[in-house]
Design a protein around this ligand. Sequence first.
Ligand code: ADP
Ligand code: MG
Length: 606
Amino acid sequence: MTTPTVVGIDLGTTNSLAAFVLNGVPEVVRDASGNALVPSCLSFHPDGTVLVGRAARERALADPTHTIFSVKRLMGRTLADLQPDLPHIPHQLVERDAEAGRKVLRVTIDGREFTPEELSAMILKEVRKRAGNPTKAVITVPAYFDDAQRQATRDAGRIAGLDVLRIINEPTAAALAYGLHTKGTGVVAVYDLGGGTFDCSILQLTDSVFKVLSTNGDTHLGGDDFDRAIMSMAAKEMGIDLTTTKDAWLLQHLRDAAEKTKIALSSSETAEFAIPDFRRTFTRAELDSLLAPFIDRSLEKCRKALRDAELTPADVNEVVLVGGSTRIPFVRRRVAEFFGRTPHTDLNPDEVVALGAAVQADILSSGRRDRLLLDVIPLSLGVETLGGAMDRIIERNTTVPCTGTTRYSTHKDNQTAILVNIYQGEREVVAANKLLGQFKLSGIPPMPAGFPVVLITFRVDANGMLRVSAKEERSGVEAAVEVKAAHGLSQSEVERLVLESVEHAHEDFAARRVIEFRRKGESALDHMTKALAAHGDKLTHEQRSAIDVASAELRVAMSAGDLPTLEQANAAFEKVILPLAELQMNVVTSALLRGKTEGEVLADGV
Ligand code: ADP
Ligand code: MG
């Protein structure tokens, strides 16, 4: 197999996968048995091992309480953000205080805690390993992901050892995979029905800019709901009340059988639902009627997305189907009816996002300027002004990279510092938007209120990520402003996790030991120099030259930094230094006997 150095990765709620471009053609990475999808699923064992992907998903049958699903829902979110979702999240979540008043969300499993970034990194590592450990990647996110969620995704990539070239929107990737941008200007509707979420995005394409005009969706609508509908129907016939049963084993088996039945019905008219003590045949018509209310809901969201973009179904030039659940014939039929045109279905719906990400990764790594593709920022960015109003600095839908500036001043006489809160969202009051972080500009010379002119500049890079700088114009005071995220990982925490990552663990350990030995050697040499000055004359000639040789060798080993040699040199040095240490001990002891305090003895420099 060819091993790519650059890949596109679809980090999905249910499944993740990588793709790469070979000879101009994007293709997905498959395992030996031809599977492209890596279930976004983790299984933790008491002995510390972690299974990822298919193995974890299979293990969920036997050990559901140690299995983690849908980490993507937690990325870049606070406990407060997740409040409405909590009934759907089976994992135990805690929020811990980090430095600078930041909060970090963690998932507790068996007494161990992991951040969503670390968990996603484990999935990414598995995807990466399958692709032959490429070093660079483009990773996709839903179009509505805010700055914190994008940042968390990027951090997960870094923790997994990837240089994240770009974060791009999933619908953009899907449109790219179909090469729709080559056809000039047009409106594309992307209908993405996955395992747990539904998104509808309306894009405006020109040859180089992908503008998300609007996006709508339901974070709790997808294939899982269809599985549950089949499951409930079967359970009812078995006389089981799903709302009260606590039998995790039975529930997992019912769910598994339901999904198998659903998938089988995409390619045949009837399918067998089977668990150890129960069997039943389902027909496609039965499934369609179970699905109808869900599909109605999804089309309602499409209607809203079109309305927000001030368009009607007739304005849409192309429809693209994304997500494993769009394989269902009933879904295809309903979407085609709604938009009045046949959707694109040539590409595998659960691979199309990764394929598009691979195309973007290829464009970025080959540096072909002519095919530079751009996204827009999905939500406006701004700062809080007096009274809690939102001052929008960069409007949503602006093509990235972009910059925006606003003026700010002080509210009190002689105020020397200002604290600025940064928000993302469309609402006029900041309280209804999302706090991304804050920064402080200090060192403003005392002036009357309103007199200082503080220019705040927002820069959004091509990933849709924000950098902020601030300058007081009258005094020229410039703040090396670092936006302190309100939650999530800090840069140094990410660095630490990168270092701690399993993959680097071995080299890191060696590197740390070298540092330790160097430090140890340094203080030993230092100590020796002082002791020699005080007692060198009392050593024999042999003792003295042994010390000289060993210390020279230690210095060489310290500068070379090879662990085994360094270890050896340290040990040899410790041995030859013993007579000197003894002499020193004698002096200390006799001084103590003469009545000096220990502190005085040491202060004498012995
Ligand atoms: P996500 O984007 O949420 O990670 P995917 O796009 O991989 O998810 O979609 C996963 C969902 O697609 C699951 O609910 C799975 O059961 C469903 N699915 C996959 N293949 C089929 C099929 N042939 N027929 C019906 N549903 C399918
Ligand atoms: Mg998806």
